[in-house]
Design a protein around this ligand. Structure first.
Ligand SMILES: Cc1cc2nc3c(=O)[nH]c(=O)nc-3n(C[C@H](O)[C@H](O)[C@H](O)COP(=O)(O)O)c2cc1C
Length: 370
């Protein structure tokens, strides 16, 4: 059914009124300060993007063990809570709304990035193919240590505490990162989860960690302020599942019990298609999940408007376009040209390629071509 809904239609997300349907996707930028603490530059960056209907701040580890890259922010120490408060205050001053993405990388780490040089943890002792960026450059992934069943309540507690800290830091909500081959996703898919206990085997078991984490996070937050991100077709971080339609169909349906703010689907990348895995149609998940659906990956203004008009999704998230265009909604509204992103400054560094992308200006506005 085609409607008049487009990127500029407002949206009621629980008790949050979003002025448009443009979501800033979570984007790791590796620019936290010492102690994995956010600082003023991060506040400036997010405040520049406050005209988004909703900002989902970058993946943020809930424990030092959850870190897999240099200089990513955390949400487990008082200094980090204070650092994030600079960010949330700055975004709110500009009239925006911001969720935090809660993260544990699992096996996508290295002893160099782990407390006491320990092995990274995972559902099973299966090494990802490829290399990891450490403080000393790229190194091959190591075989992770399989978590003991008795350790899993502590992981769930770390998410609960991270969620509580996000509340204290002034966020408007949190997104549970269950996508892109990190810890929760490693539990969901059978290529990485070969556990013999109640967290492995049948999909009901593989989904148990996600559901326990969601339960814990919604014990701290109103469930309408909690979202979940999945990447059912994703192969990034050497991910594989033998029956993705069943796995993610079950997960989407199981999440209904929580009355969440949204389900956020990272759809298919060109790399996923090259790797030849099964593509899980978003329409399948739309049928199973009864709440708000955010879609993402490779959307243009036109494609986003079509998806919204067809009610195939409620909101559309933009990643790379948001790196280069702090004023993306305005540019979309004017159909103005977009700044081109510079991939060499995506990860790490300072203001360059972070807070210095130009806003659309009134003088350049005169030369718009439609
Ligand atoms: C630099 C960079 C950092 C990213 N960091 C995250 C992240 O922290 N969490 C996450 O779920 N996805 C992350 N992603 C994926 C994006 O959220 C998004 O799914 C991807 O860029 C595709 O959307 P796009 O085509 O609009 O860019 C990242 C992508 C890029 C390019």
């Amino acid at each position: 059914m085609k409607t008049n809904i487009n990127l500029f239609s407002s949206y009621q997300l629980g008790d949050l009124q979003l002025p448009n349907r443009i979501v800033m996707a979570p984007l790791t930028r590796q620019r936290a300060g010492a102690g994995n603490v956010p600082h003023q530059l991060n506040a400036t960056y997010y405040a520049q993007r406050a005209t988004a209907g909703l900002i989902i701040a970058e993946a943020t580890q809930v424990t030092p063990q959850g870190q897999g890259y240099p200089d990513t922010p955390g949400i487990y120490s008082p200094a980090q809570v204070a650092g994030w408060r600079l960010v949330t205050d700055a975004v709110h001053q500009q009239g925006g709304r911001i969720f935090l993405q809660l993260w544990h990388v699992g096996r996508i780490s290295h002893p160099d990035l782990q407390p006491d040089g320990a092995l990274p943890v995972a559902p099973s002792a299966i090494a990802p193919k490829g290399e990891v960026l450490t403080y000393e450059g790229w190194k091959p992934f190591v075989t992770p240590r399989a978590l003991e069943t008795s350790e899993i309540p502590e992981i769930v507690e770390q998410y609960r505490q991270g969620a509580a800290n996000a509340l204290a830091a002034g966020f408007d909500g949190v997104e549970i990162h269950a996508a892109n081959g990190y810890l929760i996703d490693q539990f969901l898919r059978d290529g990485t989860n070969q556990r013999p206990d109640k967290y492995g085997g049948a999909v009901e078991n593989r989904a148990r960690l996600l559901l326990e984490v969601t339960e814990a996070v919604t014990s701290v937050w109103d469930s309408q302020r909690v979202g979940v991100r999945l990447s059912p077709s994703g192969t990034f971080n050497d991910m594989y599942d033998s029956h993705p339609l069943e796995t993610f169909g079950y997960v989407a349906q199981a999440l209904n019990q929580f009355n969440l703010a949204y389900l956020h689907i990272r759809e298919v990348t060109e790399a996923d298609i090259r790797h030849g895995g099964t593509i899980v149609p978003t329409s399948d998940l739309r049928e199973r999940f009864t709440g708000t659906l955010i879609v993402n990956d490779g959307y243009t203004r036109e494609r986003a408007n079509t998806v919204l008009a067809n009610k195939a999704a409620d909101l559309v998230a933009f990643g790379i376009p948001y790196i280069a265009n702090p004023d993306l909604p305005q540019r979309f509204a004017l159909n103005a040209p977009l700044n081109q992103p510079d991939p060499t400054t995506f990860y790490g560094g300072g203001a360059q390629g972070y807070t210095d992308y130009p806003f659309w200006s009134a003088t350049s506005e005169q030369v718009i071509s439609h």
